[in-house]
Write a protein that binds this ligand. Structure first.
Ligand SMILES: Nc1ncnc2c1ncn2[C@@H]1O[C@H](COP(=O)(O)OP(=O)(O)OP(=O)(O)O)[C@@H](O)[C@H]1O
Ligand SMILES: [Mg+2]
Length: 479
């Protein structure tokens, strides 16, 4: 591995400390640059690729934690090690939760620093490798499958990826819309510029405008400092507006104006800001129907629908399942440390016949769970979850694997499997409760366990509040 040539950015406001750190790591053969504060660091990070940031926690202007969240917000992949003075361990733990690789307390030990730097760089490389392994067997866009739909998709991508055109990706949940957006960005001239995503549905309406366009200092209570919005962050890169169909009407007007004029104002600001952003929008809604129903502005729809890409549901290209399953088996073997070699024709037939309302994401989860629970080397029908008639599988996990994005070495395989099993169990219970509107007796029946043990599990997994929430939601629906 080439860790020695790795680039490290040191962020530290004390000049002396900066020099010491820099000298120590340079001596080890790393390419080191330094910044005196978070802002400066972001500037440098924007210019060149670093594998690791070693940052002090307490700094004027932007502290280490803020720097970390900015890094993540901008989708930068580098690892971060935080250096803290005594008494701020809680903060360091907080940082770890937010994705810092590790922390070191001052005064630190040179050996400890070297070890942690080495670990962080190895993790970084492993992660990059994982990302490179993913397209194995796939074409250059990372899409598994050779159905006419996928081939057509690649043909369109070849044409549009490297143009500044706006793309609207539609398709049911889990069909790969985000994957398409990323592929477009990666194959455009903007590939080394930021890819910024905003999920319109996941942000409360009141915050959405300032998330998109940023706000000036003092624009509203709590706006203690100027904040750039996603349009600014994505400048010269790609902005992915996910779940665009959920945009509130008022904001649709502002968005349209911004796209027409190619400029916007921050919330509470007067100055118009120009931007150069390639736009990709996605939705699982039928936007034309939304327009017809008066929920989505027609003019905005036309602005976005320049190149439409529709991803058909998996059930309409079930031949792709034949390629997706081996691909996922290999991936989860690696992640879970298993050695499942394949799947029986009977089990494959069952997968092909299923409706897949959650599409590829659901298939991915079913394969993951089956591998986890299988004891043999070949997946057979009995390793698959029981698919209900409504096409709802109890196995849709909804979340990524515990070994997923963090890429951190698990404590032990046993621990991982235990954690995973717990997650599966929690999810299945959650789903049963959802389907029965929080009715414990009926959920227990559906799960084939006693009411009492379900109650104990619910307590264990903290699902009791959820139950009243579900009931309440039901009440809302029926009122
Ligand atoms: N053709 C494909 N080959 C391999 N993996 C795929 C393919 N399509 C989708 N996936 C995987 O399926 C999962 C779901 O894809 P993605 O998140 O892009 O779907 P989505 O359409 O954005 O879903 P949602 O509407 O729920 O946000 C991801 O893990 C993605 O990597
Ligand atoms: Mg998505």
């Amino acid at each position: 591995m080439s860790s020695k040539a790795s680039r490290i950015l040191i962020v530290e406001d004390e000049a002396n400390m900066r020099r010491i750190l820099s000298a120590m790591l340079s001596r080890d053969g790393y390419k080191v640059e330094t910044a005196g504060n978070g802002r400066q660091a972001l500037e440098l990070l924007g210019k060149g690729s670093f594998q690791l940031v070693v940052s002090d926690l307490r700094m004027p202007q932007m502290d280490g934690l803020e720097l970390l969240s900015e890094l993540r917000r901008r989708g930068m992949a580098c690892e971060l090690i935080l250096i803290t003075a005594h008494g701020t361990i809680e903060t360091a733990v907080e940082a770890m939760k937010n994705g810092a690789f590790d922390f070191i307390t001052k005064p630190f030990d040179a050996a400890e620093l070297k070890i942690k730097v080495g670990n962080a760089l190895r993790t970084y490389e492993k992660r990059q490798l994982d990302a490179k392994l993913t397209p194995e067997g796939a074409d250059r866009y990372n899409f598994i499958g050779s159905s006419p739909a996928i081939r057509e998709l690649c043909r369109i991508l070849d044409k549009v990826a490297d143009s500044p055109t706006t793309v609207l990706v539609t398709g049911e949940s889990g069909t790969g819309k985000e994957l398409v957006a990323q592929a477009i960005h990666r194959h455009s001239a903007r590939a080394d510029k930021p890819f910024i995503r905003i999920n319109v549905a996941a942000i409360p309406e009141t915050l959405l405008e300032s998330e998109l366009f940023g706000h000036e200092k003092g624009a509203f209570t709590g706006a203690v400092a100027l904040k750039p919005g996603r349009f600014e962050l994505a400048d010269s890169g790609t902005l992915f507006l996910d779940e665009i169909g959920e945009t509130p009407k008022e904001l649709q007007v502002k968005l349209l104006r911004c796209l027409q004029e190619r400029e916007f104002e921050r919330v509470g600001g007067l100055k118009s800001i120009k931007f150069d952003v390639r736009l990709i929008a996605a939705t699982n809604k039928d936007l034309e129907a939304e327009v017809a129903a008066g929920r989505f502005r027609q003019d905005l729809f036309y602005r976005l629908n320049v190149v439409p890409i529709h991803l058909p549901p998996l059930r309409e290209r079930s031949e792709d399942i034949e390629e997706l399953v081996p691909y996922f088996i290999e991936r989860f073997n690696k992640r879970l440390g298993r050695s499942v070699e394949g799947i029986t024709p009977g089990a494959m037939a069952k997968l092909r016949a299923y409706r897949w309302p959650g599409n590829i994401r659901e298939l991915e989860n079913v394969v993951e769970r089956s591998i986890l629970l299988a004891d043999g080397h070949i997946l057979d029908v009995e390793n698959l979850p029981t698919f209900s008639r409504h096409g709802v599988s109890p196995a849709s996990l909804g979340e990524s694997s515990p070994l997923g994005a963090e890429g951190r070495t698990p404590s032990s395989l046993k621990q991982v499997v235990k954690e995973h099993t717990r997650r599966v169990e929690r999810h299945v219970i959650q789903q049963a409760l959802g389907e029965t509107g929080g009715n414990v007796t009926r959920a227990a029946e559906a799960l084939g366990i006693s009411r009492k043990s379900l109650q104990m599990k619910m307590k264990e997994y903290g699902l009791r509040n959820q139950r009243s929430e579900l009931k309440q939601n039901r009440g809302d629906l029926h009122s």
